[in-house]
Every structure is written in structure tokens, then in C-alpha cells.
Ligand binder design. Structure first.
Ligand SMILES: CC(C)(COP(=O)(O)OP(=O)(O)OC[C@H]1O[C@@H](n2cnc3c(N)ncnc32)[C@H](O)[C@@H]1OP(=O)(O)O)[C@@H](O)C(=O)NCCC(=O)NCCS
Length: 198
């Protein structure tokens, strides 16, 4: 069956994941085992496991504290990455932003920048977030570019926050408020949508 995308962009679309996307031999499961994608993060301390994979999705499916959308390439319909809000606090209206571009042939082409922009507009306009925040290792130059191009501001640095073998990584907190982000970025990001629903 042809997938109907949720947030339809010019080049990529953001959509819920199907059972097929979640299966053990699908790309998403493999990304979670790809240590090359975990150089500056600490997601991959343990091998991925079907039950763990499933439970993260199930928590997202009930929209309690996680919203998880796949990034799909419009031209090929390939599932190439994910964007998510986790630790959502609906009272204070904030979410913690996460993203991954898992397919190597799509890295460095502006996909994360575009997906994060679209997802921020959705967060502020559709989920009514007041604040979006995230953390990023200072060595993760590509990810910092993604955040700063999308108007997230460095709010502080947590020294040696991640320890991985001999490496001790300083990690920055980035964030923005709807009232700052919307006037500066919403119009630009709407152009990434085929037709912006908000
Ligand atoms: C970080 C990540 C999301 C970037 O995705 P992407 O689609 O390649 O990002 P974009 O192409 O939109 O932007 C990245 C920018 O950084 C640049 N870049 C990539 N690697 C770089 C490096 N090692 N040093 C300097 N710049 C780099 C890219 O060229 C691009 O800049 P440009 O547009 O000026 O050429 C992706 O590499 C990834 O999923 N990494 C693993 C998971 C991760 O770190 N997630 C973020 C956690 S905070």
C-alpha cells in the first residue's frame, strides 16, 4: 500500500513508521546498532534488541512523552532517518529534540537541516510547544550546524558530560522558545513544505 505522508516536504517527508519500518531487518533497526552513528552520542552502549526497539516505538505511538517520525526521501520513498521529541512535558509545553540520518548516502546533503526545521514548525504550531531543547557534543560539528542553522541557541556547556573509553566529551545545551523562533524561522521553513498545513 502506498504510504500517505504526514508532513509532506519538497524533498523529504516526515511520517509515522509502519510495521515494516520497525522490523529487525529494516534500516532503522540497523542504525541503532551502527556504532559509526554513535560517535558523539551514547545511544549505542548496548546492542539493539527487538523488545527495546518495539518498546520505544510503543511509547511514541501513545504520544505520551515521545513523538517519533521517520524521514522519507520523496524521490525513492526510502526511510533515511528519524526525528523525535522525547521527554515531552505537556504542562510546561517543551520537548527534547533528537535526530539521526542513518543512510550514509544521504548524509551531508542538508537532510537533517531540512527535517529539523520542518519538525520545529510542527512542534511550535501543532504541538503548541513553548520551548524546544536538546544536547549535542561540541565535537559533533555537523549536528551543531544543523541546530544553529535552525535557530537553536547555545545555552551552556556541560563539561565532560559523556565518557566513552578514553574520550570525555563536553556537551552543549541548545534551545529556543516559540516566541523567538517563530518570527525568525517559520517563513523560511514553510518553504520546505509542499503545502504547509500550519
Ligand atoms: C549529525 C547528522 C544528523 C547530520 O545530518 P546531515 O543530514 O548530514 O546534516 P546536514 O547535511 O543537514 O548538515 C550538516 C552540515 O555539517 C557538515 N559536516 C558534516 N560532517 C562534518 C564534519 N565532520 N565537520 C564539519 N562539518 C561537517 C555538512 O557538510 C553540512 O554542512 P554544509 O551544508 O555546509 O555542507 C548525521 O550525521 C547523523 O545522524 N549523525 C549521527 C547521529 C547524531 O549525531 N545525531 C545528532 C545528535 S545531537
Amino acid at each position: 500500500m502506498e504510504r500517505r505522508h504526514f508532513l509532506v516536504g519538497q524533498r523529504i517527508s516526515l511520517s509515522n513508521l509502519s510495521e515494516e519500518d520497525l522490523s529487525d531487518d529494516a534500516p532503522y533497526f540497523q542504525w541503532m546498532n551502527d556504532l559509526d552513528l554513535d560517535v558523539f552520542t551514547e545511544r549505542g552502549r548496548f546492542p539493539n534488541h527487538p523488545a527495546r526497539h518495539r518498546s520505544y516505538f510503543d511509547r511514541s505511538a501513545d504520544r505520551g512523552s515521545i513523538v517519533l517520525l521517520g524521514i522519507f526521501d520523496n524521490a525513492t520513498e526510502r526511510h533515511i532517518g528519524n526525528v523525535s521529541y522525547k521527554d515531552i512535558n505537556w504542562h510546561s509545553r517543551r520537548g527534547f529534540l533528537g535526530y539521526v540520518v542513518g543512510e550514509a548516502d544521504f548524509v551531508g546533503k542538508g537532510i537533517a537541516t531540512e527535517a529539523v526545521g520542518m519538525f520545529l514548525l510542527y512542534g511550535f504550531q501543532k504541538l503548541n510547544f513553548h520551548r524546544v531543547h536538546t544536547t549535542v557534543a561540541l565535537d559533533n560539528v555537523a549536528s551543531i550546524k544543523v541546530l544553529e542553522r535552525n535557530g537553536l541557541v547555545r545555552e551552556g556547556v556541560m563539561p565532560e558530560h559523556i565518557i566513552s573509553g578514553d574520550r570525555k566529551l563536553d556537551v552543549a545545551v541548545y534551545g529556543t522558545l516559540a516566541e523567538n523562533w517563530m518570527p525568525a524561522h517559520a517563513d523560511r521553513v514553510r518553504k520546505n513544505y509542499q503545502s504547509a498545513p500550519f
